[in-house]
Design a protein around this ligand. Structure first.
Ligand code: GLY
Length: 371
């Protein structure tokens, strides 16, 4: 069992172990107590062959919890005010009290919406995050960013509400479709470029083992062990940046490497490009932009290009700078007409450089090779 201590506004643990899900109730009860557990999940998770939802509910009732499972349709479109109201109304109908617990079982959508419901129901109840996607395991389940979307944009209503416990069972990740798994790879590579290149080597090894396909009985054990190591190192790196800056006013901004141009491309594509594909491309374009500004070397920009491409991600933008400009200038991190560019000096070492927001078009043009 890997046990990480996440030092947020108050400390909480992330436990990582293959086969952890059937014991989830035990760990939740031991850590948090309470008598009622509201389990929020989505239709994809509820249909998983691993029976994740029923396994979790059973383990909670075995510990004496009164369990209320609640399922919402899968997909980002569920992260809306009306679904949110359905969730909190159901929590009220079930009589959830401030000492009770919301358990979010799912990927980023269930985690973000569930976290926001926990943050706001009765001014805040405790939340347990159980990620079922690689992206949620290495990123969104930890750090306390919770939100729902508005027609005007993603994550426009939200709160910082850290989970009280995160339980990660890498066995749940084995049946993910390849493209869903790859979304988490982009964020994991990001941690490698920011600070810990070793993560990239481990991730490559895990992917190689996964692509060997089903084999002898021990194979999936080797994969889940590698995934446990990758997730543990990735979250430890995320924790380094979140510690002391939960509310994202300073060093947490490093986690936006690749997101400045990546988010703009993702929004331009109307989310037909996944977050992972967009961030992967964003890391390449931003490195090239930084090289164009003389903030990093062309050698580093090429290294990042080759690294991202070697994982099978597309690196050439499917749009022009003019296409993404409306999204770029509304980046949420712009303050006083300045944005912090995350500059990779080498893979494994980055710094933040203040940059005038009114020159973002120029930066993007350097990245896209339009100048
Ligand atoms: N996903 C970036 C952050 O948690 O700040």
């Amino acid at each position: 069992m890997k046990e990480l201590l996440i030092r947020g506004q108050r400390p909480y643990k992330m436990l990582i172990q293959p086969g952890l899900l059937p014991q989830a109730g035990k760990y939740i009860s031991k850590t948090l107590g309470g008598s009622r557990a509201f389990v929020l999940t989505d239709s994809t998770v509820a249909a998983l062959p691993s029976m994740a939802l029923s396994t979790l509910c059973q383990s909670l009732s075995d510990e004496g919890y009164e369990v209320s499972p609640f399922q919402i349709p899968a997909g980002e479109s569920s992260k809306n005010p009306s679904t949110y109201l359905q969730v909190v109304s159901e929590m009220a109908d079930q009589g959830l009290q401030p000492t009770d617990i919301l358990v979010a079982l799912g990927g980023g959508m269930a985690g973000d919406l569930g976290g926001f419901a926990a943050a706001t129901y009765m001014r805040g109840i405790r939340c347990v995050q159980i990620p079922t996607t690689f992206l949620a395991a290495v990123d969104s389940s930890v750090g306390g960013k919770t939100a729902i979307d508005l027609p005007q944009g993603k994550n426009l209503i939200g709160a910082f509400w850290e989970p009280s416990l995160v339980l990660c069972d890498p066995e749940l990740l084995l049946s993910l479709p390849r493209e869903v798994f790859m979304d988490g790879c982009a964020e994991t590579i990001k941690y490698g470029i920011l600070k810990e290149p070793e993560i990239i080597r481990l991730l490559r090894h895990a992917l190689e083992k996964m692509s060997e396909g089903p084999g002898e009985a021990g194979d999936s054990g080797a994969v889940t062990e590698l995934l446990s190591q990758v997730i543990s190192k990735a979250v430890t790196t995320k924790e380094f940046y979140v510690h002391g800056d939960v509310t994202d006013k300073g060093k947490r901004g490093f986690l936006n490497l690749g997101h400045l141009l990546g988010h703009a491309i993702e929004a331009w594509s109307q989310f037909s490009l996944s977050h992972g594909q967009s961030v992967a491309m964003g890391m390449v374009l931003e490195a090239r932009g930084c090289a164009g500004l003389g903030l990093t070397s062309a050698h580093t920009a090429n290294e990042i290009h080759d690294l991202i491409q070697s994982f099978g991600f597309a690196v050439d933008p499917p749009c022009t700078v003019q296409d993404i400009l409306p999204y770029l200038v509304h980046d949420k991190r712009i303050r006083n007409n300045t944005i912090g560019l995350i500059v990779a000096e080498t893979p494994g070492s980055c710094h933040m450089e203040p940059y005038p927001a009114d020159q973002l078009e120029e930066f993007a043009k350097l990245g896209f090779g339009e100048q």
